[in-house]
Every structure is written in structure tokens, then in C-alpha cells.
Design a protein around this ligand. Structure first.
Ligand code: F6R
Length: 355
């Protein structure tokens, strides 16, 4: 049941501390500062020359985050929308690792891309929530994200578990694991709980609910979170929402910005990333758009933000998990105010088994 929550989606948002704890349980060793993912075969560890991710929707955003993280950690990696993978004719060699990210393990587009990859001789790894799913069976190996069952059509806790699991896989494949990251992933469930306990997303949703459209912007690791925030918003509210890399605003989308289009800006990351994003935010502020800043430094954004959604400090690699919780709540409360059928949005299915 919904355990007292009005919707499965809200219940699953609140289950994220537990989901992430499960994802890391027995895998992070604080004693010797290592991460153990025995499901990642030795062959993959040796050959992590080049990684291609395939997946759809929210899983695609999780793996876009992972591809950036892999690259920062010295592993060439790229993310592909599964339904475009075959026609894009991405070169595959025997040294290529193809990682299929699929919560359900049954998404037809992702399975088809994984079959192509297997056919071309790649080593394949499934990152999935469902033990024994088609993706797990199709691949050479599987790593489970252990999010537990997700009933709401809109993916929430599975995304958090994907981010946590993929960040651990990056650490396994890259050389040298830094203790600050290990400590941060250990503390992540408590940090998520802090966001859940203190979020003012409901009040912000009340302020914004009558808008024409909702824009989400972020850079680097927050770029996929901006896209995910917009996807969640459109799925469950039926309102127009778009996510952009913050630097792209001025190359077109800025034409849509008015005082009736709130811009949700994800303002975490390195100082340089935050500075540049703030520069982009000033451009929308000058057009009168209400600015919602998602930040770990409210004082630093005071001059541009109309509303602040605060997140606690964490390791840079894990900030997306926390900022995304605020965006989930923002979408949820907006949909709630609009009285939408949150758990079962029109036209959508939990598991998409056609190409
Ligand atoms: C969005 C959502 C979808 C799925 C996509 C892939 O909330 O749930 O975008 O992420 O259909 O599903 P999986 O991960 O099962 O392959």
C-alpha cells in the first residue's frame, strides 16, 4: 500500500534514503577505503578502454551523468539514447564496454541496443533494478541498483539508486578511490533525509503553479538533472517544461522567457560552474523570469533568486542526487495542486516493451 501517503510517487520519493542505503550496502568498505562490486567482472575492469551507455528517458539522464563522471575519472565514455544507437552506427570493438541502464530491465529500445552491442562483440553490463530481467539475461553481467519496487509510473527512487550505483561503478573502473567520495556516499542517505525533512518545494510550487512554462537549467553534472527535472514536471503536471544546459539559453530558448516562465537553476558544482550558471541566470532575471535557485549556498545566490530550494553540502559527484530530490518534490506538489492523476499519467506506461 501507500503507507499513508496520497500517492506512490510521494512514498517512493520518501523511500530514497533507504533505496540509496540498499544500493551501497556491503559495497562500500570504509575500513580500507574501497568499493566492492563483485558483479563487475574482471574482464570489464581490465578493458574499460571505452564505455558506451544505452538507455531511455530517466535512465538516459542517469547515464548521461555517469558518462560525464567516467570521463572526469579518465574513462572515455559516451551516452546514447537507446532508440538512436543502431542508426547512429556507433563504432564497437572488442574493447568496448556497453552498459545498458534500465530500471525495469524490459525496455524494448534498450534491449535492442544491447543485442546489437552483443552481436558486434562488445562486453555488456546491465545496470537494472530487476533481478533476472531481460536486460540482466541479455548482458554478460548485471549490477543491481536495489531500489525496491517502484509503482508510480514516474521514476523517482530508481533514478537516485542509478546515480549512486553508477558513481560506484565509476570508482571501481577508475584508479584510486578518494576517501571524501566514500564518506559522502556513506552519508548520502542522511543528506537525502535532510532534504526531505526541510524542503519548501510545496510553497514554491504554490507560488509558481499558474505559469506558462517551466525551464530548468544546469551545467556539467547538473545538466542531466535539469533535463530530468523537466521530464518529471511534464509527465505528471501536463505543463510545458524544458531542460537546457545553462549556456544554451542564450542560443534560442531565451526567446521564450517572460515573467510567466519560472527558471529553475541548479547552482552546485565547482566555483567556475556555479559562476557561469549564475551569469546565465542573470540573463533570464533581466527578462523578468522568476528564478528558483537549487543551491547549497543560499547566501551566494541571494542577489538573483526569488525562491531557494536548499540542499546540504556533499561531494561534488553526488550533488545531483540531492538537487534532484527538490525537483521531484517541486513536480509532485505542482501536479498535486493541479489535481493530476500523479501515479498514472495519461498515455504513459511503467515499462515500455515496444520499440
Ligand atoms: C520517466 C520514466 C521513463 C523511463 C524510461 C526507461 O519517469 O520512468 O522515462 O525512465 O521509460 O525505463 P527503464 O529504466 O525501465 O528502461
Amino acid at each position: 500500500g501507500k503507507s499513508g501517503y496520497d500517492h506512490y510517487m510521494l512514498k517512493e520519493i520518501y523511500e530514497q534514503p533507504q533505496a540509496v542505503r540498499q544500493a551501497t550496502r556491503g559495497r562500500v568498505s570504509e575500513l580500507d577505503g574501497s568499493i566492492e562490486l563483485s558483479a563487475v567482472p574482471e574482464s570489464i575492469r581490465r578493458e574499460a578502454e571505452r564505455v558506451q551507455f544505452v538507455g531511455c528517458g530517466t535512465s538516459y539522464y542517469a547515464m548521461s551523468y555517469a558518462a560525464s563522471l567516467f570521463r572526469e575519472r579518465g574513462i572515455p565514455a559516451a551516452a546514447f539514447v537507446a532508440s538512436e544507437y543502431e542508426t547512429e552506427r556507433v563504432p564497437i570493438t572488442e574493447d568496448t564496454i556497453v552498459i545498458g541502464v534500465t530500471q525495469s530491465g524490459e525496455t524494448a529500445d534498450t534491449l535492442s541496443a544491447l543485442r546489437d552491442a552483443n552481436g558486434a562483440g562488445a562486453t555488456t553490463l546491465a545496470v537494472t533494478n530487476v533481478v533476472g530481467s531481460s536486460a540482466a539475461r541479455e548482458c554478460d553481467a548485471a549490477v543491481y541498483i536495489r531500489a525496491g519496487p517502484e509503482i508510480s509510473v514516474a521514476a523517482t527512487k530508481s533514478f537516485a539508486s542509478q546515480l549512486a550505483t553508477l558513481s560506484m561503478i565509476a570508482s571501481v573502473l577508475a584508479d584510486g578511490i578518494e576517501r571524501p567520495f566514500l564518506e559522502a556516499i556513506r552519508d548520502l542517505p542522511a543528506q537525502i533525509q535532510r532534504v526531505l525533512d526541510h524542503s519548501n518545494a510545496r510553497e514554491v510550487a504554490e507560488e509558481m503553479v499558474d505559469s506558462d512554462a517551466y525551464f530548468f537549467v544546469g551545467r556539467q553534472y547538473q545538466h542531466p538533472v535539469a533535463l530530468e527535472g523537466a521530464l518529471k514536471m511534464k509527465e505528471i503536471t501536463y505543463e510545458h517544461a524544458e531542460g537546457f544546459p545553462a549556456g544554451e539559453l542564450k542560443h534560442g530558448p531565451l526567446a521564450l522567457v517572460t515573467e510567466r516562465t519560472p527558471v529553475v537553476a541548479l547552482l552546485t558544482g565547482t566555483d567556475a560552474v556555479v559562476e557561469k550558471t549564475l551569469g546565465n541566470v542573470k540573463e533570464v532575471e533581466a527578462r523578468g523570469a522568476p528564478v528558483v535557485a537549487v543551491t547549497d549556498d543560499p547566501d551566494g545566490v541571494d542577489h538573483v533568486a526569488d525562491h531557494v530550494l536548499e540542499v546540504p553540502d556533499t561531494h561534488r559527484y553526488l550533488e545531483p542526487v540531492l538537487t534532484n530530490v527538490q525537483l521531484q518534490l517541486l513536480a509532485y506538489w505542482t501536479a498535486n495542486l493541479l489535481d493530476r492523476p500523479i501515479d498514472k499519467p495519461r498515455n504513459l506506461a511503467k515499462s515500455v516493451t515496444v520499440e
